[in-house]
Design a binder for this molecule. Structure first.
Ligand code: A2P
Length: 338
């Protein structure tokens, strides 16, 4: 069974990777439609050895499409996802627009694939935020085994999470500074090269940023457990691809770090890289960038609390964090539901 697929935001950081992953995984695509703004309409991009023209989203007819993968920002999803559903499409949405609606499933394919069936509610399935995604993949086996009471997470997030323009800004500022020129900041409010910014997405009334609150809301929704407490700090760092997270957990029952490691070694979508005596630990550049798995290192007993575990979680934010999970959801949809 082949499906007609549309990528909305096909010229962006995530859209480009979705196209590569569809090809890599030999997704059963009948026709592929590449959609972007009128600025890109008429450009040609390669798919499975053929050149495909980018079309203007504004006048596209979704009735020829089975599954539409949206990655063009929240306002675009707000306007066009309902139109696509109206035309008979199922939408997998990468933005935060629908994630917190009770009747919209929020799916990590290794964690709650059964929720994909709820696409029937409104024709839309939401893809989680990249920081939540890798956290869920790594913590699922621990939640299943002993339950998690509290997650304390600090992130070290790559600029690709802010889109292609941010990737260019980091490169440009780095070159400017190495040439003793002044760095110009446009995408971020401050210089990102050789710096770290504890400010991702909009400030909320409680003093947290929206990126931080996404980890709270999405963790509880995906694990279907509102009693899990999450204490997040989200930080942008001058890394191109791959988010890292320093995670400290309090579990509901004791779990030895050696057992946690064994559980993680068996977990789907996880690679454990953890032998510090051999300097064996994952980083965005050496392990995660361009890879599908979530990498977990430095699994240890927390020295500060009872029933505490600590670990380091790294993943490619554009792949598993966005494009790959979107494609994996679409695979299950096409195979089991459409
Ligand atoms: P375009 O390249 O034509 O601007 P990124 O996340 O890397 O910034 O990419 C954003 C994606 O969303 C791009 O593919 C971009 O297309 C697309 N996009 C942005 N605004 C619109 C719009 N008004 N209509 C359709 N696509 C849009």
């Amino acid at each position: 069974e082949k499906a007609n697929i549309a990528i909305v935001g096909a010229t962006g950081a995530v859209g480009v990777t979705i196209r590569e992953i569809l090809e890599e995984r030999k997704f059963p695509v009948d026709n592929l439609y590449l959609l972007a703004s009128e600025r890109s309409a008429g450009e040609r991009l390669m798919f499975n050895g053929k050149s495909v023209m980018v079309r203007d989203l504004a006048d596209f007819d979704f009735s020829q499409v089975d599954v539409a993968l949206f990655s063009a920002g929240g306002s675009i999803s707000r306007e066009y996802a309902p139109k696509a559903v109206e035309a008979g499409c199922v939408v997998v949405d990468n933005t935060s627009e629908y994630r917190y609606d009770d009747d919209i499933p929020l799916v990590v394919t290794e964690v709650n694939p059964e929720r994909i069936a709820d696409y029937k509610n409104r024709g839309i399935i939401a893809n989680p935020n990249c920081s939540t995604m890798q956290l869920m993949v790594a913590l699922k086996p621990i939640q299943d085994a002993v339950g998690i009471e509290h997650i304390n997470v600090c992130t070290y997030q790559a600029v690709s999470g802010s889109g292609q323009k941010a990737v260019e800004e980091l490169a440009k500022q780095t070159a400017e500074l190495l040439n003793a020129r002044e760095a110009t900041a446009k995408v971020y409010d401050k210089q990102i090269a050789f710096n770290v910014l504890p400010n991702i997405d909009a400030l909320q009334d409680n003093g947290y940023t929206k990126e931080e609150m996404k980890m709270v809301w999405e963790t509880q929704k995906i694990f279907e457990d509102d009693s899990i407490a999450v204490s997040p700090t989200a930080v942008r760092v001058p890394v191109f691809f791959g988010h890292s997270e320093a995670v400290h957990l309090k579990t509901r029952a004791p779990l030895a770090s050696i057992q946690a490691k064994e559980l993680l070694e068996k977990a789907e979508g996880v690679t454990v890289v953890d032998d510090m005596s051999q300097l064996d630990y994952a980083t965005p550049v050496t392990h995660a960038s361009g890879k599908d798995d979530v990498f977990v290192s430095r699994i240890r007993q927390d020295v500060g609390i009872e029933n505490g575990l600590a670990m380091w979680i790294v993943s490619d934010n554009v792949r598993k964090g966005a494009a790959l999970n979107t494609v994996q959801i679409a695979e299950i949809l096409v195979k089991n539901h459409l």
